[in-house]
Design a protein. Structure first.
Length: 431
């Protein structure tokens, strides 16, 4: 190996021989520091190196320090001394670099890797990002290994009692955010290792919340049975009087939710290419449980879709105000329906209303309702022996639900008409 006094003048150009014909890298060892050298590639790229043997190893270890320019000969030589000293003490700098890199992995790094490696829905990715950038913003750029059980307990209680912004208690958000953190740290435990293969994190600090999770009562809110007819009657009349396309979309979307029991996101993003009017079904290719399903439509739902106005250039069944986009949640409509029903209402409450009507009033088996509402099931017979995707065979069931709802509206309208007639009769009699 040629030797050369590695100083700036020599390394820059003049003292280096022409290496262009060389088929591979050429090494130049420093004349004053054993184990310190310069590697020149066939294209002329120059990098500093250090080389020594670890006791007990069969051959020398060569480590790249960095490129000339980023490193000066003097700084590279000093770093080479440190590396050579480590190797003489039996320490492999390559393993040490890997260890340091693993221990420096941040919560942000883990999140990015987790989102890259996992096949997640857009909504799940959004929730993970939201909590990492808000709930755990102070930890995002810190090594994930530095998150302790004490830190987890403190932050959990803060969110539980004050919310992520300090505006009020948010127990559900406390549970959700720390469940996400637990998943991210479990991923880090599996993925990031010491040079000897052991995990950089031995225990998940979120496990400290065992039996401390906030108790969340399941929501049971829906349209009260005695108000179903009045709500449906209002929607039917409001549909006839809708004064613009956005209002009409909101009303029809609400009616579609009641008639089908699907999730709001599944209804709002429904496109015309996934609706078959002639055969009476609509298709959800990627619902929450990730099982594609073809759901039957009642005659009422078919009429609603048949009479919807299609917007040129917009693929959505329920188009919104913005060109080419679908409807947003019609908050004003839910407030009005809540006033009629006597309880606050949201889009998801229509799903509960559908399920309650199906089971309590139409006496449809729960397993059938679960399939129509696309709930996950662990029933082996259902999963392996019954058609759970193409559900046209359940059309009689959705028809019974729709007929019951419509019957309640007819009864309500008849009652209102009768009360009006009685009122007019009394008024004439008094006159």
């Amino acid at each position: 190996m040629p030797k050369l006094k590695l100083n700036k003048s020599n390394v820059d150009t003049k003292a280096l021989p022409d290496t262009s014909p060389a088929p591979k890298d050429v090494l130049y060892w420093d004349t004053s520091e054993t184990g310190f050298g310069l590697r020149v590639s066939p294209k002329g790229k120059k990098s500093y190196i250090a080389q020594a043997r670890i006791p007990g190893q069969p051959r020398d270890i060569r480590i790249t320090i960095g490129p000339h320019g980023t490193w000066t000969p003097d700084t590279a030589r000093e770093h080479a001394r440190d590396l050579i000293t480590m190797m003489q003490k039996g320490i492999d700098p390559r393993a040490e670099r890997k260890r340091e890199a693993a221990h420096a992995v941040t919560l942000r790094d883990v999140t990015d890797a987790y989102l890259r490696d996992r096949d997640l829905k857009a909504s799940s990715k959004h929730e993970i990002e939201r909590h990492v950038t808000t709930t755990f913003a102070a930890w995002a750029n810190k090594p994930i290994k530095s998150i302790t059980r004490e830190m987890v307990t403190k932050r959990f209680n803060e969110v539980k009692t004050k919310g992520t912004t300090g505006k009020g208690p948010a127990p559900a958000q406390a549970n959700q955010s720390h469940a996400i953190l637990r998943a991210l740290i479990n991923y880090a435990i599996r993925e990031y290792r010491e040079p000897d293969g052991t995990a950089i994190i031995r225990d998940n600090p979120v496990d400290v919340l065992y039996k401390k999770w906030a108790k969340i009562e399941p929501r049971k809110r829906r349209i009260p049975d005695k108000k179903v007819g009045e709500v449906w009657s209002y929607l039917a009349k409001a549909r006839e009087a809708a004064y613009n396309r956005d209002t009409w979309s909101g009303i029809d979307a609400a009616m579609f939710l009641i008639l089908t029991g699907v999730r709001s996101g599944e209804a709002y993003t429904l496109t015309w290419d996934r609706v078959n009017i002639d055969e009476g079904w609509f298709h959800l290719p990627d619902p929450k449980n990730s099982q594609p399903v073809w759901l039957p439509l009642s005659s009422q739902a078919l009429h609603l879709l048949e009479t919807r106005q299609r917007v040129k250039g917009n693929p959505y069944v329920f188009p919104g105000k913005i060109r080419g986009r679908h409807i947003k949640d019609p908050r004003a409509l839910w407030e009005k329906l809540g006033q009629i029903a006597g309880v606050p209402l949201s889009a998801h409450d229509m799903r509960r209303t559908f399920s309650t009507v199906a089971m309590a009033h139409c006496h449809i088996e729960k397993v059938r309702v679960d399939m129509l509402t696309n709930h996950k099931t662990k029933d082996v017979t259902l999963s392996h022996y019954i058609e759970t995707q193409h559900l046209s065979w359940l059309k009689p069931d959705v028809q019974r639900v729709a007929d019951w709802i419509e019957a309640q509206a007819s009864a309500y309208d008849a009652q209102v008409l009768n009360e009006c007639s009685e009122s007019e009769t009394v008024e004439l009699s008094n006159t």
